[in-house]
Every structure is written in structure tokens, then in C-alpha cells.
Design a protein around this ligand. Structure first.
Ligand code: C5P
Length: 303
């Protein structure tokens, strides 16, 4: 007689057999997977980062692709180089601070607030229209990871909610999904910075609270939204992220089930300290993985 959980050792064998997949504590991962398989799709929610998690970090030539904010850097550079340069200067100044190993999170936060705040002001002051921004997205270098479309559609087909929790720009993700999938699947919800438009559809403000890399947790979640009722009872969380700021994205979900944390490592292989840190905070670490294969395999056994 086959048991539901018999699929878990098969998946574990796969995970442990791949050189690019690191699992620091296989016993703990297998235990989480068993609980998730027993709970099934009805008890599951996926909470995922967008930039460099659902989207690709680099193309085949190894060139860095765009984040949602980066859509402005590229397009504005083309149309208004002076303003474009301001976005690029901000990134050159603050990106190294975001990933600096020498600063604590508390030290980084004021810089992140300044970075996000300044770039959002530039967007609002320029009053970009909705159409222009949709066009920017069409011309952008945001690329889905291989299998991302199928993954999102599979979640929708199995009625597993997908929460896209992004410190990027939510509208850009919405337009991207609309352009790639034809529509935003019913199961998909956003917690992100949203550009607000005036009656003429020109950017006039950003939603509050501001979400930056280091406040992706319950502090920025509006729990009164009906969506939180939709996911009540979904005690098992699959969390997908690529940075240290992503590991608490499940903190707003009140429940006692496991969170299986899958982390994309996009950094250098020579940086063994960083890699080790990823192994400590993520259950499964995927090294330079341009696909959603592992997440898809996990969802496949849960159904
Ligand atoms: O939450 P997520 O990982 O998607 O965070 C968005 C990323 O966008 C940050 O890691 C940051 O490096 C980047 N960013 C940017 N330009 C800004 C603000 C943030 O490229 N103006």
C-alpha cells in the first residue's frame, strides 16, 4: 500500500543528488515536506519575492537583467539621459550598501529609505503616465525564470494562493504578468510599492508604507484586506526568495505550520561566507539557478 508521503524520499534524492542544490539539514527538510504533502494544496500558500526570484538574474551571456525599479533606469536613460543618470547614480551609490557585509541591517535601513524615497520622488515628479510605464515594461530587460509561467499557472489551477511580496514596484510586476500571461491569475496577490495615478492616469504618489529590502515582514502587511481571510487556514508556506531580506516574508501569516524556505543564491561562489549564511537561513539553496524547477517539483508532490 503506497502512502502519500512516499514521494518525499524521491524528491529528497533528487535535491541531494544535484551539485547546484544545497540542503544543510535534509532531515528537517524531509519533515517539512511530509507535513506539506499530508496537508495538500488546500493547506498551502506560496510567498515569493519577484526580482531575481521569479525573474532571472542574468541572461545566457552572464549580463545582469533588470529589476522592477531598473525598468526606469534603462528606459529613462534612453529618453532623458540626464534624469536616467540620476537613477543610475542612486543605484551605484546604494546597491553596494544593500549587500555590504560590513554593515548591520540597522545601519543599512536609513540608506534604503533614502534610496527608495529618492527614486520614488523622481518617478512622481516626472508624472509618468500609466501607458508610458506599460511601454517601459514591454521594452524592459525583465525576464521570467524558465518555468515561471507554468509555475504560476499550476498554482492557480490547484487553487494555491501566490503572494508576490516585493520591495520593487508592484504595478511593474502587474503589467509584466499581464503582458506575459494575458491576465493576472485569480490566485495572485501583491504586497509591494504601488504607484498611485491621478484622474489623468499620471503617477502622483506611492502607496504607504514604503517597502524596502529590510522591512519585508508583518510590519508592512495590511491584515484587514480580504485576502488575509482567503489564506487563513493555509498553515504550510513555501517561501521563495533571493536575499536576506526575504526570509521573514512569512512572518505576517498567523499559523503554526512549517515554512519551507527556498533561496536563490546569485552571488559569487568564491564568497564562501555568504554562501554559508544562505545555507543557514534557507532550507534549500539554489546556486545560479535560472529555473523554477525545484519549486515546481515541490508543488507537484503536494497536490
Ligand atoms: O524585494 P526585492 O528583492 O524585489 O527588492 C527590490 C530590489 O530592487 C532591491 O533588492 C534593490 O536592489 C532594487 N532597487 C533598485 N532601484 C531602486 C530601489 C531598489 O534597483 N530605486
Amino acid at each position: 500500500q503506497l502512502k502519500k508521503t512516499d514521494v518525499v524520499p524521491l524528491l529528497m534524492n533528487y535535491l541531494l543528488g544535484e551539485e547546484q542544490i544545497l540542503v544543510a539539514d535534509p532531515t528537517a527538510v524531509a519533515a517539512k515536506l511530509r507535513k506539506m504533502v499530508v496537508g495538500g494544496a488546500g493547506k498551502t500558500v506560496v510567498i515569493s519575492d519577484f526580482d531575481y526570484t521569479l525573474s532571472r538574474f542574468a541572461n545566457e551571456q552572464g549580463e545582469r537583467l533588470s529589476t522592477t525599479h531598473g525598468v526606469f533606469d534603462d528606459n529613462v536613460m534612453r529618453l532623458k539621459p540626464e534624469l536616467g543618470q540620476k537613477f543610475v547614480d542612486l543605484k551605484n551609490k546604494y546597491y553596494p550598501i544593500e549587500f555590504s557585509p560590513n554593515l548591520t541591517m540597522e545601519e543599512k535601513i536609513p540608506h534604503m529609505e533614502k534610496w527608495w524615497g529618492t527614486s520614488h520622488s523622481l518617478i512622481v515628479n516626472e508624472k509618468f503616465s500609466k501607458n508610458t510605464i506599460e511601454d517601459f515594461v514591454r521594452q524592459s530587460r525583465i525576464v521570467f525564470k524558465d518555468g515561471a509561467e507554468d509555475f504560476i499557472e499550476a498554482l492557480d489551477a490547484h487553487n494555491i494562493p501566490l503572494v508576490i511580496f516585493s520591495a520593487g514596484i508592484g504595478n511593474i510586476i502587474e503589467y509584466f504578468l499581464q503582458q506575459k500571461l494575458g491576465a493576472i491569475p485569480r490566485n495572485t496577490h501583491f504586497i509591494s510599492n504601488m504607484i498611485l495615478f491621478d484622474e489623468d492616469d499620471n503617477a502622483c504618489a506611492f502607496s504607504e508604507p514604503l517597502i524596502h529590502t529590510f522591512c519585508k515582514n508583518s510590519s508592512v502587511i495590511q491584515k484587514e484586506t480580504s485576502f488575509f481571510h482567503d489564506i487563513a487556514g493555509r498553515v504550510n508556506v513555501i517561501l521563495l526568495g533571493d536575499s536576506m531580506g526575504d526570509i521573514h516574508m512569512d512572518v505576517g501569516v498567523e499559523r503554526d505550520g512549517p515554512t519551507l524556505k527556498v533561496g536563490y543564491y546569485n552571488g559569487s561562489l568564491d564568497d564562501t561566507a555568504a554562501l554559508q549564511h544562505y545555507e543557514e537561513v534557507y532550507d534549500i539553496v539554489l546556486i545560479h539557478d535560472p529555473t523554477l524547477n525545484v519549486a515546481q517539483k515541490i508543488v507537484d508532490i503536494i497536490n
